[in-house]
Design a protein around this ligand. Structure first.
Ligand code: ASP
Ligand code: MG
Length: 411
């Protein structure tokens, strides 16, 4: 007998039939003798609709009231799933974030979890009752409902699994695991049976949208074993049909490269003709930081004549216009010749903890792209990742070529 947390995403609870299907998934684990706590998202599309309602009334809505509105999607599905379980003869009770409570700070609309009180549900789990917890929401220090940011129910589930000391946190979604790359683009992509926390963190933050990045961070910090699996497949979670996100020690044979991620969400900005002297980078990125604009990749060219250089960096595509405005406002101070922007870019990243002990990984990437005639615009590296920025039209070509070059293709 083990204690398991199961989390079901929006498509898994998208309508009444699907909620009944989820109830059967929960039933299977209960029948196998496990204690089960479930975390649910809102029905797919509902949160978007709720956000849209707020925006239709006000461009500058009060974040506390936004939270009161958008948290309601999960309230509905938690109650419905509890009813569906009761229909199957399984004792179940729904829990809202404030009822546990799931305590958060009071940064409304993107609150962080401070701690989860599980006393009451632990007593009930021990009696065989299933706890159905509304994901995405918590209780702020101001005593009001908070939400954790879009996609936050993954983080709710991992937090609950950590607090309950659960054996595993099964994240049920519409794909059957984590793939070496996007299978919609590379048909030879393989499902990984295991991936390390660090790799998953990079995959999630480099564009693979299967888990919220913060949930992976939390799983890594609290050593929660997470499984990504499909709610539409037959197998029971405890048979481990999906991808396990685990500690490096749990992986016997580590590939050099485990996966290739891509993100079309970034845009490139080049400041031409900036002075090549101390303090320039600080002068450029200071105003951007003040405007809460996140900068990702950065390259500074060396200057031809020792006085002027170019600075290239990337920001989120959605922030491109704002970034341009901030830089134009700071123009007198920064003294650059001109700004060039390019939203037609994609960032492709190869990821693998095996890079720590193998050389030539970056070189293989550069050679593969060169052979396909793909120009690399910006490069960044970390201990377990090499990222390049290329023209967006090469996304498919680059992913397929790299997937083959690193030996990731399915046989
Ligand atoms: N329902 C919320 C959202 O759509 C939270 C979640 O699904 O993870 O962002
Ligand atoms: Mg999600």
């Amino acid at each position: 007998m083990a204690r398991i947390v199961q989390k079901f995403g929006g498509t898994s609870v998208g309508d009444i039939d699907r909620i009944k299907n989820v109830a059967r998934k929960v039933e299977a684990e209960v029948k196998a003798g496990h204690q089960v706590a479930v975390v649910v998202s809102a029905m797919s599309g509902v949160t978007n609709q709720l956000v849209a309602y707020c925006r239709q009334i006000s461009g500058l809505y009060d974040a506390r009231e936004y939270d009161a509105v958008v948290a309601s999607g999960e309230q509905v599905t938690s109650g419905l799933l509890a009813i569906a379980l009761q229909e199957l003869g399984i004792p179940a009770r729904s829990w809202q974030g404030w009822q546990l409570p799931m305590r958060t700070d009071d940064v409304h609309a993107k609150a962080r979890i401070l701690g989860v009180d599980t006393t009451e549900i632990e007593t009930r789990l021990a009696r065989g009752e299933v706890a159905v917890v509304a994901g995405f929401q918590g209780l702020g220090t101001d005593g009001r409902i908070t939400t954790l940011g879009r996609g936050g129910s993954d983080t709710s589930a991992v937090a609950l699994a950590a607090a309950l000391n659960a054996e595993r946190c099964d994240i049920y979604t519409d794909v059957d695991g984590v793939y070496t790359t996007d299978p919609r683009i590379v048909t030879k992509a393989r499902k990984l049976s295991r991936i390390t926390y660090e790799e998953m963190l990079e995959m999630a933050s480099q564009g693979a949208k299967v888990l919220q990045t913060r949930s992976v961070e939390m799983a890594m910090n609290h050593r929660v074993r997470v499984q990504v699996l499909s709610s539409f497949a037959e197998a029971r979670g405890s048979e481990i049909p999906g991808t396990l996100v685990v500690d490096e020690e749990e992986i016997m044979e580590q590939e050099v490269v485990s996966g290739i991620a891509y993100s079309r969400d970034e845009a490139k900005i080049t400041l031409l003709g900036v002075a090549d002297r101390p303090g320039v980078a600080a002068a450029i990125f200071g105003p951007l930081a003040e405007a809460s604009i996140n900068v990702d990749m950065i390259v500074q060219n060396i200057s031809e004549n020792g006085s002027l250089t170019d600075m290239t960096f990337t920001v989120a595509k959605t922030e491109l216009e704002r970034t341009r405005q901030v830089l134009e406002q700071a123009r007198a101070l920064l003294d650059y010749r001109s700004i060039r922007t390019d939203a037609n870019v994609v960032k492709v990243s190869v990821i693998g903890v095996g890079m720590r002990s193998h050389t030539g990984v970056a070189q293989r990437m550069f050679r593969t792209l060169a052979e396909k005639g793909i120009n690399i615009q910006v490069i960044t590296t970390s201990e377990i990742k090499v990222s390049v920025l290329i023209a967006e039209e090469y996304t498919e070509l680059a992913l397929r070529a790299l997937h083959t070059a690193y030996g990731l293709d399915r046989a």
